[in-house]
Design a protein. Structure first.
Lengths: 525, 208
C-alpha cells in the first residue's frame, strides 16, 4: 500500500468513525406533519403484524419468527394506505388505499403530492392482502372507512363510520349508500339502504355461510341478499312512518337462529323485533331506553341495560317476554360470558353485576373506583376491570384509591373482588392461558413494564419494556405484541410461556425519504 | 459571458511569475441540497461542510487539486398526528472527496482569480436513533450510500506578496462559488437521495 492509498484509507476511516450513534449532531428541531407509523392501528394476522406508515403512505409486515428479514414491505403501489381492517379468517388483511391524481392542465406532470398545486382527486380502493401480497384490488366509490365482515370472511359491507375522527369527507358523498364487497370474487356493489347506515349484521347459514346482511340506518333497516349474482336490497323495514320523526338505532343483534333482528333505538323504550323470514316487525316494551344489549346464544335470551334506570331486562327469544331485575345503580355496558352477562358502567358508578341467565342469579360486586374497561378472562372464571382515579377527597386508604388508577379482579365464581393500585392508567389487558396458569397482562400509561398476574395463584411479576406501551394484542401463535411510544417504530413480541421479549424497531424509517406518488394528471382514467 | 470567455483564454495566454508549487488550505462552506430526503436532517437546504484542500502545480496556470469536505448535520425530529407526538434524532454524515484541475491567473502578484473543474465522490451515512440514551436500541437505523458527482467553481484568492514571508511561503485566503451535482444514491431502507446546487467555500492556507 503506497502512501497515498494509506492516507485515503485513513481519511475514510476517520469519516466512518464520525458517523456513529453516540455523536449525532442535534443542531435543530424539525417537525413532520404526520407520524411515521401508526402504533394504535396495527393488525395481527397469522403471518405477522401489519403496520401502516402514514408518512410514507406504505404498509409493512413484521414477522418476529423470521430468521433473517423480519420486516417486509407490502407493495400497494402509488398512493397512501389510510386504514387497515382485519377479516375474520385470521389471514386476510384489507387495506384502504387512496390513489391521487392532480386536476390540472399544466404541462408538468405531477408525480407526488407536493407537485399538485391544484385540486387533488382522490380515488379510494381496498386491497385484499394475504401473506404480504396484494391479491385483489377493488375500487370503491366513496370515502368509506369501515367494513363489517361475515364470519367466513367472504362478504364485507363497507360503510361510513362517523364516530371515526379521521374520517375525511371530500367531494360529493352519498350518505344513503353502502358497498357490498365480495372479497373472494373481488367485486363491490353499491347499494342504497337509508340515511347514515352504521350497523351491519350478517345472517349466516352453517352450510352456505353469510346469506343476508342486515344494515341499520336512521329510520329504516335494510335486508340485503348476498347470494344473488349482484347483491341487492331485498326489503327495507321502516322504523317509523312519521317523516318528522327520527329513529336512531343504538343497538342491534340477531337471535342465534338468525331469524330475528333485535333493534333498540335512541330515547325510546321500544325494542324492535324484525322477523327476517316473514318480514314483519313487532315492538316489545322495555323498562327504558336501552344503553347496551347483548344476545346470549346458550341461554336463548337477550340482556338489556339502561343508563337512566337501575334495572336490567332479559328478553327470551321464544315468546319475547321480558323479565326485569332491579339493580342498585344503572348500568350502560354488558360483557358476555357463556350463559351469563357481566353488567358494568363506564361513567361514575362503582357497581358491577354478574347475571346468570339460566338461574337468574344476580351477584353484585363493588369497585373502589369507576371502571373504564372490563375484560372477561378465558374460561370465564375471572373478569379484570381497569378503573380510573376519581375526583374525591377521602383520606386513608379510600383517599389513596380515589387518587389512583387501579385494577380489580372479579372472581366470577363467587362475589370476591381483589383491588390493585396501578402506577399509570391502565391501557389494556391481555390474557395468556396454559393448563395450570392464567395470566393477565396489564399495560399502564407511561410505564415501561408489563404487569403480569397469575389469576389462579396471585403471583405477580413485572416484565421490562424498552419504552412505555401504547397497545397490546395477541398473535395467532399466542405471542403478544406490544406497541410503544416511539418515533421510528418499536414493537415488542412477548412469549408468555418463556417471558422472552423480541423487539423489532426502526421500521418507521422505511421509505421515509420517498414522497407519496401520484397516478398522474387529469381525471379518472 | 464574453468576460468569462476572455478570462478563460487569458489563463492560458499570460506568462506567470515564478510561483509556489504546492498549496494546502483549510476551508469551510456548504453545498445546497434540495432533495426531500434532506428535510429530516436539517432546516433549509444548506449542507455545511469543512475540510482541507491541497494542490500541486503542474503547469504555470494549472494546479491539480484535491479536497476532502466533512458534513455533519442532524436534528431532533418530531412526528405529530393529532394530539400525539413522538421524536427521534437524525444525523447525516457526508465525506465528499473532490479531485480536479484549477486554472488561475496572477494579477499583480497577490490577486489570483481562478476556475476549477472537479469530479466528486460523497460517502454518505444517514443515522436515525429512537433513543440516544440507549446504545444499541432496536430503533437505530443506519443507511449508507456513495454519490458520484461533478463540481465546477470560480474563485478569487488573495496572497501575501512573494518574499513577504521568508522561504518562499505565501499565505492565501480564497472564496469560491460554484455548482455541485451529486447523483442519486440508494439509502435503504429509507429510500433515495441526491444532492446538489450552489456551492460556496472560503479557505485559508499556505502556498509553498
Amino acid at each position: 500500500m503506497n502512501n497515498a492509498t494509506r492516507c485515503l484509507m485513513l481519511a475514510l476511516g476517520a469519516a466512518v468513525g464520525c458517523a456513529s450513534f453516540d455523536n449525532l449532531p442535534s443542531q435543530t428541531y424539525i417537525e413532520l406533519g404526520s407520524e411515521l407509523w401508526d402504533a394504535e392501528g396495527v393488525v395481527a394476522r397469522s403471518d405477522g403484524l401489519y403496520v401502516r406508515l402514514p408518512h410514507a403512505g406504505g404498509l409493512i409486515r413484521l414477522d418476529p419468527n423470521a430468521k433473517q428479514n423480519n420486516t417486509s414491505s407490502v407493495r400497494v403501489g402509488k398512493g397512501k394506505v389510510t386504514r387497515l381492517s382485519a377479516a375474520p379468517d385470521g389471514e386476510t388483511l384489507v387495506a384502504f388505499v387512496e390513489r391521487y391524481r392532480c386536476d390540472n392542465e399544466e404541462e408538468y406532470e405531477a408525480t407526488n403530492l407536493d407537485d399538485c398545486y391544484d385540486d387533488l382527486i382522490v380515488e379510494t380502493e381496498i386491497d385484499v392482502i394475504r401473506d404480504a401480497d396484494v391479491i385483489g384490488e377493488i375500487a370503491i366509490d366513496g370515502p368509506f372507512n369501515k367494513i363489517a365482515y361475515a364470519s367466513d370472511g367472504r362478504f364485507g359491507i363497507a360503510y361510513l363510520d362517523f364516530s371515526d375522527d379521521s374520517l375525511n369527507l371530500t367531494g360529493v358523498v352519498n350518505l344513503n349508500s353502502i358497498i357490498a364487497i365480495d372479497l373472494v370474487e373481488g367485486n363491490a356493489t353499491p347499494i342504497s339502504v337509508g340515511f347514515a347506515a352504521d350497523r351491519v349484521l350478517f345472517v349466516e347459514d352453517p352450510d352456505l355461510g353469510a346469506t343476508k346482511a342486515v344494515v341499520l340506518s336512521r329510520n329504516s333497516v335494510a335486508l340485503i341478499n348476498l347470494l344473488e349474482d349482484v347483491p341487492e336490497r331485498e326489503v327495507t323495514f321502516p322504523l317509523t312512518l312519521d317523516p318528522d320523526a327520527s329513529v336512531i338505532p343504538v343497538g342491534v343483534d340477531l337471535t342465534p337462529d338468525g331469524r330475528y333482528a333485535l333493534i333498540s333505538v335512541q330515547n325510546s323504550s321500544d325494542l324492535y323485533t324484525l322477523d327476517l323470514e316473514s318480514q314483519s316487525i313487532n315492538i316489545v316494551e322495555l323498562s327504558s331506553s336501552p344503553a347496551a344489549m347483548s344476545v346470549d346464544a346458550s341461554a336463548e335470551s337477550t340482556v338489556l341495560v339502561f343508563d337512566k334506570r337501575s334495572k336490567v331486562d332479559v328478553l327470551d327469544h321464544t315468546y319475547f317476554d321480558v323479565e326485569t331485575f332491579n339493580l342498585d345503580e344503572s348500568m350502560d355496558q354488558i360483557s358476555s360470558g357463556d350463559g351469563y352477562a357481566v353488567l358494568w358502567n363506564d361513567n361514575e358508578k362503582h357497581d358491577v353485576y354478574r347475571l346468570d341467565l339460566n338461574s337468574a342469579e344476580l351477584v353484585e360486586y363493588r369497585l373502589q373506583n369507576p371502571a373504564i374497561d372490563l375484560e372477561i378472562a378465558p374460561g370465564g372464571d375471572f373478569a379484570v376491570v381497569l378503573t380510573r382515579a376519581e375526583n374525591a377527597f377521602g383520606s386513608g386508604v379510600e383517599g389513596v384509591y380515589d387518587a389512583s388508577p387501579g385494577m380489580e379482579i372479579l372472581d366470577l365464581r363467587d362475589d370476591d373482588t381483589q383491588p390493585f393500585l396501578l402506577e399509570g392508567q391502565g391501557l389494556g389487558v391481555a390474557f395468556s392461558q396454559t393448563d395450570t396458569e392464567l395470566h393477565a397482562l396489564v399495560l399502564q400509561d407511561g410505564q415501561d413494564y408489563l404487569y403480569q398476574l397469575d389469576l389462579y395463584t396471585g403471583v405477580a411479576m413485572e416484565i421490562g419494556l424498552s419504552k412505555p406501551p401504547v397497545a397490546i394484542g395477541s398473535m395467532a401463535d399466542g405471542t403478544f405484541y406490544i406497541t410503544h411510544t416511539s418515533g421510528l417504530g418499536l414493537v415488542s413480541f412477548l412469549d408468555p410461556l418463556t417471558g422472552d421479549v423480541t423487539e423489532i424497531g426502526g421500521f418507521g424509517a422505511i421509505d421515509l425519504n420517498q414522497p407519496i406518488e401520484m397516478l398522474g394528471n387529469g381525471g379518472k382514467s | 459571458m464574453r468576460t468569462m470567455i476572455l478570462f478563460g483564454l487569458s489563463l492560458f495566454s499570460l506568462t506567470a511569475h515564478a510561483a509556489p508549487h504546492g498549496e494546502l488550505s483549510v476551508e469551510v462552506g456548504g453545498i445546497e441540497n434540495y432533495d426531500r430526503s434532506y428535510e429530516v436532517f436539517n432546516w433549509g437546504v444548506n449542507m455545511p461542510s469543512q475540510g482541507v484542500r491541497a494542490g500541486i502545480k503542474f503547469h504555470d496556470r494549472f494546479t491539480a487539486i484535491g479536497s476532502w469536505n466533512h458534513t455533519a448535520v442532524g436534528a431532533t425530529v418530531t412526528t405529530r398526528e393529532g394530539e400525539y407526538s413522538n421524536s427521534f434524532e437524525s444525523g447525516l454524515f457526508m465525506e465528499t472527496f473532490f479531485a480536479g484541475v484549477k486554472a488561475d491567473l496572477n494579477v499583480k502578484g497577490f490577486f489570483y482569480p481562478y476556475a476549477t473543474a472537479q469530479v466528486a465522490t460523497a460517502f454518505t451515512t444517514m443515522l436515525l436513533d429512537d433513543d440516544t440514551n440507549v446504545e444499541g436500541n432496536a430503533g437505530e437505523v443506519r443507511a449508507s450510500g456513495i454519490m458520484p458527482g461533478v463540481h465546477g467553481s470560480i474563485g478569487a484568492e488573495l496572497r501575501t506578496p512573494e518574499g513577504f514571508i521568508p522561504g518562499g511561503l505565501q499565505v492565501a485566503l480564497y472564496v469560491d462559488v460554484g455548482l455541485t451535482h451529486l447523483a442519486k444514491a440508494s439509502f435503504e431502507p429509507m429510500g433515495d437521495m441526491a444532492a446538489g446546487g450552489g456551492t460556496v467555500r472560503a479557505g485559508l492556507g499556505v502556498r509553498f
